[in-house]
Design a protein around this ligand. Structure first.
Ligand code: PGA
Length: 251
């Protein structure tokens, strides 16, 4: 029995209709899961499918359901936004905050990330905070300072980070245009984050072009406590295969 379970999660980003999401959730509900001491699975559906997926899994499921974003204010005149109480109401127990796609395209800043982390804490949701440096920063050797700065800003005003998930996702490694990272390329930055935040209770996940071929090697990187996956887990078979890899991974 491991004292440190491996987290394995997937964001479906802007994919899936409600029926597609429900079919995925039904497969998760039918799955026999390893103990929570071994693996902690989570899925992050689009907002439209959040309630249906959470209902399908039920509150006692080992699979945490998350939202891809939530506003820092509890309620009010914020057209287009949903709040942490609203996503919690829909069944979310986790909220993703500060993904690089939101930082690049939706005006997310270190300040709004911090406000959202505080809102998630206030309402008892697991914050899944994403940090990651762009390619030019990596090329200039600035990865560690860059992500440390993002994470320190995200956690400003918080001491205890118990239950917080911190996903290191280099921008150059994410998505169709991304390049899978070699373990040696990320080890130093992971160590920086783990040294700074694991003693305060946070768990460090790695994300960016994670798939079956590289998952075990990435889990071998000291300080990595889990994987955050996009495309390779958009089909439930891919997700369950990664969960199995993580469960079999020596800790
Ligand atoms: P990817 O996405 O696995 O499709 O590269 C990862 C992410 O953005 O979290």
């Amino acid at each position: 029995m491991s004292a440190r379970p491996v987290w394995v999660g997937t964001s479906w980003k802007m994919t899936k209709t409600i029926p597609q999401a429900v079919a995925y959730a039904d497969a998760l509900a039918a799955h026999t899961w390893p103990s929570a001491d071994v693996v902690r699975p989570f899925v992050v559906p689009p907002a439209t499918a959040l309630a249906a997926v959470a209902a399908r899994l039920g509150a006692s499921s080992p699979v945490l359901v998350g939202a891809q974003d939530a506003h820092w204010d509890d309620a009010g005149a914020w057209t287009g936004a949903v709040s942490v109480p609203q996503v919690r109401d829909a069944g979310a127990r986790l909220v993703e905050i500060g993904h690089s796609e939101r930082r690049e395209w939706f005006g997310e800043t270190d300040r709004t990330v911090n406000l959202k982390v505080r809102a998630a804490r206030r309402h008892g949701l697991v914050p899944l905070v994403c940090v990651g440096e762009p390619a030019d920063v990596q090329a200039a050797g600035g990865s560690r300072d860059f992500v440390l700065g993002q994470a320190l800003a995200a956690f400003a005003g918080l001491d205890d980070l118990t239950g917080v998930l911190l996903a290191y996702e280099p921008v150059w490694a994410i998505g169709e245009r991304g390049r899978p990272a070699r373990p040696d390329e990320i080890a130093g930055t992971v160590a920086t984050l783990a040294d700074a935040f694991a003693p305060r209770g946070a768990r460090v996940l790695y994300g960016g072009s994670v798939d079956q071929a590289n998952a075990a090697d990435l889990l071998d990187v000291p300080g990595v406590d889990g994987l955050f996956v996009g495309r390779a887990a958009w089909q439930v078979e891919g997700f369950l295969a990664l969960v199995a890899t993580a469960a079999a991974h020596p800790r």
